[in-house]
Design a protein around this ligand. Structure first.
Ligand code: NAD
Length: 353
């Protein structure tokens, strides 16, 4: 445990359970709003419309155009819908892409946000917004971005496809991995991350066997909340930087990219801070945190290599150069050659360490 720390408090109200979607209206009332714009992706529009129907007059309209990486053109259309509808709040029903759109509206208008996450990506508890304009993704942090209320309904995750179940869980584990060595971590976040590792280690193999296993879904969603809280309260380092470079400059899919990189970034930093990452080795076995996560990823059929995402070795050269362009704190010092080496192993999919 760290000898000194700051605990900033947890600011977002969380309602967790099965069937909790039915509390959306009451939560909106509690927030002091009587008209909200319901957001979703096109794929989850039917769920958004069902929610809007259940809310009656409190649902001002539905905007079902949320897209990956929060493109500003989509935000502009959603803003027009928000203003036309007379809403004063947004309800984001979906994965990280939908939550991102709600945050983009909130930061521009002051709208309050009720988020109902349906994947494990973990945007809902954070003050972080990533947006894409002219093909470039930028990220910012601000208290105005953090959602006011989050409803976790385990039942909504029963439809999460198995592939996204695995990759978005690995995305969540990546938040905890970097929280374990974050310079601004605190004992509350450490405890939540430790618990999350054990829950994911139990839940994911069960979900591979039976995606409808509601008890395992509950464990995984609880773990995702813990990991999202970590992401929202402490700083991230090399792993998130590399995922951002690959997603932003090579358009690789978000969750898969995190999932493939995770064993390699973990092993890289484990060299410098093995004690900090011991909870991961404890939860996943394999004798080391990086090796244990690699074994676990294979066991739950996670995507195996950057090669499979269509990246070339020339792309790795450029990615390594981009990753060292700006300096940021990381437990293990690194240079371009070190990053290139890490990326090569992830490209080939070999077991780290
Ligand atoms: P996503 O939100 O793009 O969802 C992928 C697809 O799965 C979408 O079509 C979605 O509608 C569908 N889906 C989601 N949940 C479902 C369910 N339960 N049943 C059926 N379909 C479902 O993907 P994601 O991995 O959840 O989020 C990735 C995005 O989130 C990225 O843009 C990433 O940058 C962002 N993100 C942001 C933060 C942050 O703090 N700002 C944190 C994590 C992720």
């Amino acid at each position: 445990m760290k000898e000194s720390f700051v605990f900033p408090g947890l600011t977002t109200r969380v309602v967790f359970g099965r069937g909790t979607l039915s509390q959306a209206g009451a939560e909106l009332d509690r927030m002091g709003h009587d008209r909200a714009l319901v957001l979703s992706t096109p794929q989850q529009e039917a769920d958004a419309r069902r929610l809007a129907d259940s809310l009656g007059a409190r649902a001002a309209a539905v905007f079902a155009g949320a897209a990956m990486h929060t493109p500003v053109e989509v935000t502009d259309s959603a803003l027009a819908a928000y203003r036309d509808s007379g809403a004063t709040a947004v309800i984001s029903l979906g994965g990280g892409s939908t939550t991102g759109l709600g945050k983009a509206i909130a930061v521009r208008t002051g709208a309050d946000q009720l988020v109902i996450p349906t994947s494990y990506a973990g945007s809902e508890m954070t003050d972080i917004l990533g947006e894409t304009a002219n093909g470039e993704k930028t990220t910012r942090r601000s208290p105005d971005i953090r959602p006011e209320t989050v409803i976790y309904d385990v039942d909504l995750t029963l439809t999460l496809p198995v592939g996204l179940t695995v990759t978005s869980a690995m995305n969540a584990i990546a938040h905890a991995m970097e929280a374990f060595y974050a310079p601004d971590r605190n004992p509350v976040i450490e405890l939540m991350c430790r618990d999350a590792m054990a829950r994911f280690a139990t839940a994911l193999p069960r979900l591979i066997a039976d995606p409808q296993d509601a008890q395992a879904r509950g464990l995984a969603l609880y773990a995702a909340w813990c990991c999202s809280t970590a992401l929202g309260h402490v700083s991230m380092a090399l792993h998130h930087k590399l995922a951002h470079v690959l997603g932003g400059s090579f358009n690789t899919p978000h969750a898969e990219t995190h999932s493939i990189l995770l064993p390699y970034t973990t092993a890289f930093n484990e060299d410098a801070v093995p004690e900090a990452l011991a909870p991961i080795a404890d939860a996943f076995g394999g004798g080391s945190a990086g090796g244990g996560l690699w074994d676990f990823a294979r066991r739950v059929s996670a995507p195996e290599s950057l090669k499979d995402l269509g990246l070339t070795e020339a792309d790795l050269d450029r990615a390594a150069a981009l990753a060292v362009k700006n300096r940021y704190p990381n437990p293990r010092p690194f240079d371009q050659a070190g990053i290139r080496h890490l990326l090569q192993a992830a490209w080939e999919g070999r077991r780290p360490g």
